[in-house]
Design a protein around this ligand. Structure first.
Ligand code: PAP
Length: 331
């Protein structure tokens, strides 16, 4: 669940209040680390490369016994797969009876603020999540294998948004540069790491595969969506999403064009031009800041061709194809 703000999802974050210490032993510092990816070295935790802050938070969740509610919706994504957009869509669908489209909270608040992320503590702790009214929508960049034990099979539903890996890589590349003000690490170097599976919340393909398999085993609990499908037929997928969320559009609503209204409100063109998403900053750990507009870059399918060579594209395609072979998941 993205999420870290460092990878995307926002709000104030601090690792201090969510303890990853057991009997005074700092468990994060015992894990393997690797340098190279922009920012501080990544930590290898149960097959995934994460920022130390997130490992600490995820371990802290484990220790705190964080428990989802049966009616929670978990929005899971690999960073840069469409988290902000899907947060907006789910918020708009779920709250369509509460707000007029003309004075909607999405017009005044960033989607990352309206839908919190599990592993991004607010003011240093996650207890605020416990106080949110049901039904909650919670973002995460965690794959199921990193969920705290208390979270396993608890009746909640998961919406997983996936995206074509070359576009994910390009989006991630821009985002990391923005966060760490890193103009020295070359795109080629980051590409080579991403292709090895060494990226935040990587290996990318393992993350997708975990949710893909869960969606096949339990389609009523895990909805697997692709960014490209949503872009090409947004109304169809918004209707499907509403159905999965348990708040299907009525015939009358469809006749009145409500799904189209939701799509319009959450479109890249609409959201990216709002003052709430254009101006201002999120505060990150270490007193760093991130422009709220960093979550809105281009919002296009196929932008990779403007940044990667055809050869790089073919190379990543081959790697991903090999990694997903036999699963039925294709991009
Ligand atoms: P996160 O996982 O770090 O929270 P996320 O929201 O997934 O971030 O990433 C932002 C991407 O979604 C950007 O893609 P790009 O770099 O290829 O442009 C951003 O432009 C895109 N995005 C944000 N809002 C929308 C939207 N309403 N519709 C389509 N794409 C969007």
């Amino acid at each position: 669940m993205s999420q870290a703000m460092e990878e995307g999802s926002a709000t104030n974050s601090s690792s201090e209040a969510v303890s990853s210490e057991i009997h005074g032993v700092d468990l994060v510092s015992k894990l393997p680390t690797r340098e190279g990816w922009p920012g501080p070295p990544l930590v290898l935790y149960k097959n995934y490369w994460l920022r130390p802050l997130y490992v600490a938070t995820i371990m802290g969740l484990q220790n705190s016994g964080f428990k989802p509610r049966h009616d929670d919706i978990i929005l899971a994504t690999n960073p840069k797969c469409g988290t902000t957009w899907t947060k907006a869509l789910i918020f708009a669908i779920n709250n369509r009876f509460r707000y007029e489209f003309g004075s909607h909270p999405l017009l005044f608040r960033h989607p990352q603020e309206l839908v919190p992320s599990i592993e991004t503590p607010r003011d240093g702790n996650i207890s605020y999540i416990e106080k949110l009214p049901s039904p909650r929508v919670l973002g995460t960049h965690m794959p199921p294998s990193l969920f705290p034990k208390s979270m396993v099979s608890d009746g909640f539903r998961v919406v997983y948004m996936c995206r074509e890996p070359k576009d994910v890589f390009v989006s991630l590349w821009h985002f990391q540069k923005e966060i760490f003000k890193d103009n020295t690490t070359s795109l080629e170097a980051v590409f080579s790491m991403f292709s090895e599976g060494f990226s935040t919340f990587g290996p990318f393909w393992d993350h997708c595969l975990e949710y893909w398999r869960e969606s096949i085993a339990s389609p009523e609990k895990v909805l697997f969506l692709k960014y490209e499908d949503m872009i090409s037929e947004p109304v169809k997928y918004v209707i499907r999403l509403a159905m999965f969320l348990g708040v299907p559009f009525s015939t009358k609503e469809e006749e009145d064009g409500i799904p189209e209204e939701v799509v319009r409100l959450c479109s890249f063109e609409k959201l990216s031009n709002l003052d709430a998403n254009q101006t201002g900053e999120f505060t990150l750990s270490g007193n760093r800041v991130l422009k709220k507009s960093a979550f809105f870059r281009k919002g296009k399918v196929g932008d990779w061709v403007n940044h990667m060579s055809e050869e790089m594209g073919r190379k990543l395609d081959c790697i991903v194809e090999e990694k997903l072979k036999g699963s039925g998941l294709v991009f």
